[in-house]
Design a protein around this ligand. Structure first.
Ligand code: NDP
Length: 255
């Protein structure tokens, strides 16, 4: 069996997930790329394979429990999984609590909370068997503090934060560490566009005047740094924001 360590990344078809896959592949991991859009993860796997890395595309909806379990079973051939990056997620809408659509809240809870639960539960036996497993939860600064119009996303990301905190307590004494990375403003191609349901102008306004929002690669660099610390070092929670952002509220914009 190969000794190359395996890292599973959810939401690897775009943004932070794709950038993290590139970084972890460069760091020597066999990367298993999962997301719903098969064409995108296949293209990324081809790019990484061409560059001499091991990359496996696997189409997956993290809200589908049976599909997640099938993924876990399919990974046996590679030996124990060393790293799981729970990155799949996102926001839908900015409506206030008074008028938000419960269906949006349900969708956000499904992917940002239950998605993390499904795949973490499915891969935990393999992560433990590896002797030095790492679970990464990509939460958000929205998982630590709220803002107007954030309600459903903030509630969901608080859920992801609580999974990381609770799991770390429950796994204490076992060879699996739990790392939470909480980014602030990251300019990715799709995050704001998804949140504003395809409205390009509203999505662009999120980053208007901000000289240097974080990039997907900035966050991927942070994830990779945390994952590549010696196994006994646990970066519990790392908040990373652009210099122009001091809190969810305070963002410096140049006019
Ligand atoms: P993107 O919208 O670019 O990426 C989201 C990824 O999640 C996509 O690859 C998408 O792939 C995947 N995804 C969504 N739903 C599902 C699902 N049901 N099953 C499997 N995969 C799914 O956003 P970012 O890269 O910006 O964000 C990545 C993570 O970081 C998210 O959890 C986000 O909440 C968090 N974050 C982002 C910040 C930002 O400012 N951008 C700030 C803080 C945190 P596909 O559609 O192909 O399934």
């Amino acid at each position: 069996m190969s000794t190359v360590p395996t890292a599973v990344i959810t939401g690897a078809s775009s943004g932070i997930g794709a950038a993290t896959a590139r970084r972890l592949a460069a760091a020597g991991y066999r990367v298993v790329l999962t997301a719903r859009r098969k064409d995108r993860i296949e293209a990324l796997a081809a790019e990484l394979t061409e560059a001499g890395h091991e990359a496996v595309p696997y189409a997956l909806d993290v809200t589908d429990r049976a599909a997640v379990e099938a993924l876990a079973a399919s990974l046996d051939r590679y030996g124990p999984v060393r790293v799981l990056v729970n990155n799949a997620g996102g926001a839908l809408g900015t409506e206030p609590v008074a008028s938000a659509d419960p269906a949006d809240w349900r969708s956000m809870y499904e992917v940002n909370v239950l998605g993390v639960l499904h795949i973490t539960q499915a891969l935990l036996p393999a992560l433990t068997a590896s002797g030095d497993g790492t679970v990464v939860v990509l939460s958000s600064t929205a998982g630590l503090a709220t803002y107007e119009g954030g309600g459903g996303y903030v509630a969901a990301k608080h859920g992801a934060h609580v999974i990381a905190e609770t799991l770390r307590l429950e796994l204490c004494g076992q060879p699996v560490r739990v790392i939470e990375i909480a980014p602030g403003m990251v300019k990715t191609e799709e995050f704001a566009l998804t949140r504003y349901r395809g409205d390009q102008d509203k999505a662009a306004a999120v980053y208007a005047g901000v000289a240097e929002p974080l990039t997907a690669d900035d966050v991927a660099d942070t994830v990779t740094w945390a994952v590549t610390r010696p196994p006994h070092v646990n970066i519990d929670l790392l908040v990373v924001r652009p210099r122009a952002q001091a809190s969810n509220y305070k963002v410096h914009r140049e006019s």
